[in-house]
Design a protein around this ligand. Sequence first.
Ligand code: BG6
Ligand code: MG
Length: 225
Amino acid sequence: MKPKAVIFDLDGVITDTAHLHFLAWQRVASEIGIEIDEQINEQLKGISRMDSLARILCVGGVEQHVDQQERIRLAARKNALYVASLQQLKPDSVLPGIAELLEELHRNNVPVGLASVSLNAPRILEALGLQEQFDFCADASQIQHSKPHPEIFLAACAGLGVCAVHCIGIEDAQAGIEAINASGMLSVGIGKQLEHADLLLPSTGELSWPLLQTFWLTQHSAHVV
Ligand code: BG6
Ligand code: MG
């Protein structure tokens, strides 16, 4: 028995773009007099660009004073900074263990999906040379809700033609773990501060197909009953 698919988050799981998002937001926030730290950044992970901005404005206590036109300007400024920083991404920017796991999944005929709410996902996969490794990438431009809503994971399952309860999802964000759990998939968390993950690993380096198989065998029957 094995999972019918494994579905990956992108930022912070495939590559360390979570930190690049933080640096771009930190700069835009400081330009409007708001300081954000890594702790606040934890709440932005997995959240769409406009929702992230709304949270930052909330931290600064100015959400009532920034109109839609200014929000669009600030989000565009953040994205320009972020996209410029993506130039540093190269095939060796893939996080430890990920390339090997993708290969093992293909060798074992386990379909692989991507569930990222980032509109920059296609250009990141291209920079990493990983476009061919995903059997289906859910289209972030077509979903209505950010994580923790399960929509993006369910879209990835639908694209792969599999039922969520037969899949594993891998995430580095609390909102992402909640999205996976709400979809009915089994969740693997990457990081130290995550709650409610079915399996928690300190880093991607611990991921492997044998580990996921053992996890699946021990958890899946209990999970679907
Ligand atoms: C998620 C990130 O993957 O994508 C969030 O965890 C980010 O931090 C979101 O805000 C949207 O990304 P983008 O590239 O469309 O601004
Ligand atoms: Mg992430």
